[in-house]
Design a protein. Structure first.
Lengths: 325, 103
């Protein structure tokens, strides 16, 4: 096991973190560097397909056991419980209204697939294996937090509502369909299928991830620049503390599930990350009273960079201790 | 050339609500509309841009409908059901069209 500072130093100087930093710098310095919407969408489609496919192929190679179902249940439970913890912390640490706190809490219960993808790339560079089905766990953890957040908002007296159409949009949003679909294709076609498209989804993966993170840096920087007013010291502290709390909640769960060091690290990453795709869209529809600049700034502007630069190395180092590597 | 009076209703609304708005105005009998992408802007909720958005949640779309003057109230009532609680702008302007039977 390596010391946390050493893993952090390696991580901070990796192409993916530096690409994000470049985007963040360019945006904060008001450069006109930008990634067109369609290009960003194409990059995200590629990343989701590649990570889903590789996860499915890994499951096909190593076989399935009861741990997949147990991990899915655990992931759903974590996603549902974490918003309540986040809500309590937000009410204690910030002056956010109950509605804004509920919306932010929902984001922290759900997951950031890009943080997950970045973590898998860092695990791969350190030759740490993980359970391929963690991709399915990631997909399962997207939605339960939304229910928890809307329950919290309803308790606060708002007219938050989750209709059938919204359910359909959340459960069948493009990211989840592509991730699970590619996972199934990978599981069905296995090693043979992976070999056929390896040159497309394995070798260019990190390069594409770098470009995508450049865009994430630009978006995060733009959000930070435009929403400085919502970043009170308490809210900022929450956005840094909450990922650590989420990861700490996932650690004993991963140990109980018997996950490998890589799987433990990924469950911690999923619990530590905050959504900026599925949950914001759901909140805009179901809870329009909540201020979007608060939850997007905290999730994308603070927690995402924190996890990418510092969080992931911490989770990997702790997972290696638990996983006994 | 013969011109006919009509109303142009423009609704700028958050992208996640696009489908709901279109379904609602279709149910109200307005089957002709155009959806336009919007590059960016600024309003009470701050500035926004569609460039490089990782999520449609922060984006906006513009829905443009041209209807006969007598149908505008029904359209606005239907649209209001969707936009009431959300970020957006609804505007109505007078316009003229060439082929009245199409509206």
């Amino acid at each position: 096991m390596e010391a946390i500072p050493s893993i952090m130093a390696q991580n901070l100087l990796s192409p993916i973190v530096l690409s994000f930093a470049l985007g963040l710098f360019a945006s904060l310095a008001r450069s006109n560097l930008s990634v067109p919407e369609a290009a960003a969408k194409a990059l995200s489609l590629y990343l989701l397909f590649a990570i889903g496919f590789k996860g499915g192929a890994s499951v096909a190679a190593h076989g399935l056991d009861g741990s997949l179902a147990a991990s899915l249940v655990a992931g759903v439970a974590l996603s549902f419980v974490i918003p309540f913890v986040a809500f309590g912390l937000l009410r204690a640490m910030t002056r956010l209204s109950a509605v804004d706190a509920a919306a932010v809490a929902g984001h922290y219960g759900s997951i950031s697939i890009v943080t997950f993808v970045s973590a898998t790339a860092i695990l791969a560079s350190r030759a740490i294996d993980y359970e391929g089905y963690m991709v399915a766990v990631a997909a399962a953890m997207e939605a339960p937090a939304i229910i928890a957040a809307l329950w919290l908002a309803t308790r606060a007296g708002t007219g938050a509502r989750m209709d059938r159409e919204l359910w359909r949009e959340v459960l069948l949003n493009g990211s989840i369909v592509l991730l699970i679909g590619a996972f199934m294709i990978g599981a069905i076609t296995g090693e043979r299928g992976l070999k056929e498209i390896e040159s497309f989804i394995v070798s260019p993966f990190k390069g594409v991830l770098c470009l995508f993170l450049l865009d994430m840096g630009l978006v995060a920087g733009r959000g930070l620049r435009q929403a400085r007013s919502v970043l009170s010291p308490g809210a900022f502290a929450f956005a840094v503390l909450m990922p650590l709390v989420g990861a700490a909640l996932a650690m004993p769960v991963a140990a109980a599930l018997g996950l490998s060091a890589g799987g433990t690290a990924l469950l911690m990453v999923l619990s530590a990350s905050a959504s900026y795709i599925a949950v914001p869209a759901a909140m805009r529809v179901a809870l329009p009273e909540a201020n979007p600049s608060i939850y997007l700034t905290l999730s994308l502007g603070v927690t995402f960079p924190f996890n990418l630069a510092l969080g992931i190395p911490i989770y990997i180092a702790l997972a290696e201790i638990i996983g006994g590597v | 050339m013969q011109m006919h009076v009509a109303k142009r209703v423009e609704i700028i609304i958050e992208a996640p609500l696009e489908r709901r708005l279109l379904d609602t105005i279709s149910e109200a009998g307005v089957t002709g509309f155009t959806v336009l992408p919007v590059l960016g802007g600024s309003g009470r909720s701050g500035r926004w841009s569609r460039e490089g958005q990782v999520s449609a949640a922060g984006g906006m779309v513009a829905v443009v409908c041209i209807v006969r003057p007598e149908r505008v109230d029904k359209l606005l009532e239907a649209a209001f059901e969707v936009v009431e609680r959300h970020i957006g702008v609804v505007s109505v302007t007078d316009c003229q069209v060439l082929r009245a039977e199409r509206f």
